[in-house]
Design a protein around this ligand. Structure first.
Ligand SMILES: [Ca+2]
Length: 425
C-alpha cells in the first residue's frame, strides 16, 4: 500500500508554507460531532450501502462482500479467490494493487427484487477487467445468488509500467451509485495508466457510465457521435467519488490528481473532463510506456502550478469545451476519494453540503492531508463558496468511503480497517 510516501524535496520546499490549508468560515458553524466505531479489523473496507432498517452491505478489497445486520451480526456473502473463510467464493474475483472488490449499491426496488450491484476485478476476460455484477440477496440475508455481470469490459491494468505507483491494478475508479433523480446506475472508472483510455470513444476507463440495471445505456447520455452509448462523461483520470446534489440531482464527481490538482467536477451529460495523458499532445513529447500522466519528471518534487501547466487535469486549451472543476484542492493531490451530500436539519449549516474524503498523499514536501472536507458548491457548479475541514471526533485515516446512513449519520470507512459512525449532536 502506498501510504504516506514522501518523495525527495526539491523546488517545492521553498513554497511549502503557501500550500493551501482549507479556508473559510464554515467551521465556526460546524455541528459538534461524536463518533463510535461500527466495525474494525476489516481488510481495506472500500464501500458501504444501507437499507432503511440499518442493514449495511460492505465490501473489502481483497475479501469480498459482506452484510452487517441491524443487530450487528456480520455475515460473509460473496468471497474472492483469496477469501477462504467465505462459503460462497467466486474464483474469478481477485485483487491486485488498487484493484479488487470496490463499490456497492442497492437497487431502488430492493424490497421487491432483492438486487444489489457490486464492482469488482475479474479474471473472466483476459487479461482481467473490472465488472459490475448484479446479485440477488436471499430473504434471510445469508447468501447471494443469480450473479449477472451487467458490465464486463471496464479496463484493468494487467502489468507494471514505469510510473509512480506503477504496479498492476492502478486507477480503476470503482464507485457505483444510483441517482435518486433519474433512477439510473452511475459507474466511475479510471485511466489504468493507459494514455489512450480517457479520451477513447470506446474504452470504458476514465469515464462515468450511466446505465440501467441490465447494463444497457441510459437514454440521453449525450456523449459525442461514435462513443459507446453507456458513456455519460469522459476524459477523467481516476474517479472514486460520485454524489448527486439533493436540490437538482446533478452528478458531482471527486477525482485523484497526479501529484497536483485533485478535482471536484459538476457533470453535464456527455461532458469531457479534459484529462488526456497521451504522448505527443499539448506540447509534450514521448513519455514512459506511452503515458504522460506524471510528467514532466514523474518522481521529483515540483511546484504543483508548474506541474499542472505541463500536464493539466483539465486541458482547456486543447479542449475548450471541457468541464472546468469546481475546486482543485488548492492544486494539491492528496488522494481524493469518496463524495456524499449531507442531508438533514441535524447537520445545521452543513445540510446540503458536499463532503469529500481524502486518503492522504505527501509528495515533494506537500502536506499529507488525511481529512474530510466540507464544501459549499456554487449553484452553477463552476466554483465553491467555501471549503472547510471537518473537525474529526476520532483519529484520522485514509478516508476511502463516505456514506450517509438511514439514521442520518455519516459513515466513514478508512483503509486501515475501521468503519466509523459520525453523529452530529
Ligand atoms: Ca478534469
Amino acid at each position: 500500500m502506498n501510504r504516506l510516501t514522501l518523495w525527495p524535496l526539491c523546488a517545492a520546499i521553498a513554497s511549502v508554507a503557501s500550500y493551501g490549508a482549507s479556508t473559510g468560515t464554515a467551521e465556526a458553524d460546524a455541528p459538534s460531532l461524536s463518533h463510535d466505531t461500527v466495525l474494525s479489523g476489516l481488510d481495506n473496507p472500500w464501500d458501504m450501502a444501507f437499507l432503511p432498517d440499518g442493514t449495511m452491505f460492505f465490501t473489502e478489497k481483497c475479501r469480498g462482500l459482506s452484510v452487517m445486520m441491524p443487530d450487528g451480526e456480520v455475515r460473509p456473502l460473496l468471497g474472492m479467490v483469496r477469501s477462504s473463510d467465505f462459503d460462497d467464493i467466486h474464483y474469478d474475483l481477485f485483487c491486485e494493487g488498487q484493484a479488487g472488490m470496490m463499490g456497492v449499491a442497492i437497487d431502488p426496488d430492493f424490497d421487491s427484487n432483492r438486487r444489489i450491484y457490486v464492482m469488482s476485478t475479474s479474471s473472466l476476460t483476459p487479461p482481467g477487467s473490472n465488472r459490475v455484477m448484479r446479485l440477488e440477496v436471499s430473504e434471510g440475508f445469508d447468501s447471494v445468488a443469480n450473479r449477472t455481470d451487467i458490465v464486463t469490459d471496464i479496463p484493468f491494468k494487467p502489468r507494471s509500467s514505469a510510473h509512480p505507483f506503477g504496479g498492476p491494478g492502478a486507477h480503476n475508479g470503482g464507485r457505483v451509485r444510483f441517482n435518486p433523480g433519474d433512477g439510473f446506475l452511475y459507474v466511475t472508472t479510471g485511466d489504468t495508466h493507459n494514455g489512450e483510455v480517457p479520451q477513447s470513444p470506446t474504452l470504458l476507463g476514465g469515464k462515468v457510465l450511466r446505465i440501467d440495471t441490465d447494463g444497457n445505456a441510459a437514454p440521453d447520455n449525450g456523449a459525442p457521435d461514435g462513443f459507446d452509448p453507456r458513456i455519460y462523461g469522459y476524459g477523467f483520470r481516476n474517479v472514486q467519488g460520485i454524489a448527486f446534489r439533493p436540490s437538482d440531482h446533478r452528478p458531482v464527481i471527486a477525482e485523484h490528481g497526479p501529484w497536483h490538482s485533485d478535482e471536484i467536477t459538476a457533470l453535464v451529460p456527455g461532458g469531457n473532463g479534459g484529462w488526456d495523458p497521451r504522448p505527443n499532445m499539448a506540447g509534450r513529447g514521448d513519455c514512459p510506456d506511452n503515458y504522460c500522466g506524471y510528467e514532466p519528471n514523474q518522481m521529483e518534487g515540483m511546484d504543483p502550478e508548474a506541474r499542472a501547466a505541463w500536464m493539466p487535469m483539465t486541458d482547456l486549451e486543447t479542449y475548450p469545451d471541457a468541464m472546468p472543476p469546481a475546486w482543485d484542492n488548492n492544486m494539491l493531490s492528496q488522494g481524493m476519494s469518496s463524495a456524499v451530500f449531507l442531508e438533514g436539519d441535524q447537520w445545521g449549516d452543513w445540510n446540503g453540503r458536499l463532503l469529500v474524503g481524502l486518503m492522504g498523499i505527501g509528495f515533494g514536501g506537500t502536506p499529507v492531508g488525511q481529512r474530510i472536507d466540507v464544501i459549499d458548491l456554487a449553484e452553477d457548479g463552476l466554483s465553491v463558496h467555501d471549503v472547510s475541514e471537518m473537525p474529526l471526533p476520532m483519529g484520522s485515516g485514509r478516508f476511502r468511503s463516505l456514506v450517509q446512513g438511514p439514521d442520518g449519520n455519516l459513515y466513514a470507512a478508512i483503509d486501515e480497517g475501521d468503519i466509523y459512525r459520525i453523529v452530529p449532536d
